[in-house]
Design a protein around this ligand. Sequence first.
Ligand SMILES: [Mg+2]
Length: 221
Amino acid sequence: MSLLLLDLDDTVLDRSAVVRRWARRFFGAEISPPDLGRLLDMDAGAKIEHDEMARQLKERYPVASSVDDVSVALGEALRGGLEIDATVWTSLTTARERGWSTVIVTNGAVDTQERKIRASGLDRVVDAWVVSEAAGVWKPDPVIFQEAAERAGQPLTRGWMVGDNPHSDIAGACNAGIPSVWLHHGRTWPAELDFAPTGTAGHCAEAIMAIVGERPASGTG
Ligand SMILES: [Mg+2]
């Protein structure tokens, strides 16, 4: 195996954990899923957007800080969410040193996803990326995995997929006929699904090292 396919959001880049932690600390409350989704879609450098979002958040969550203070803190959290975990960086570097090609396969808008890839520095540590909007095909369609393999110049049959979403990442890997590691993030695998990952892991770096170290990840149970 020599082709490592990786989902972006909540896999290589765990922005939702960073932003959720910030919101909990700042507002003393769990942030609602729609608010979290909107925060994750925001540009970490767009001050005007941050001011407007800060106004809205202040209306919805109990906080004494001024709109300005919320806005500044929000910008810091969003930029923090673009930093790659050091262990993930090391595992990606190790994978390449061991001869693996690394390709991000992500569903989403080209602008948003490429901005995250470049802002986080991921563009320096992966060989390529495929964004669904540009490819015109979305996970779990196996065609997007084929496209990723072609960009890496590797046969798809030598691939592994790592991702957190059962319906796009793991279903996609099954459709493409390649093994996968599911990042469970504390969840149990949905029993109603008639497919399953090859292995599970609690963290992206753990998944990558299990694959490139050619040790199997822990079973699904
Ligand atoms: Mg994901």
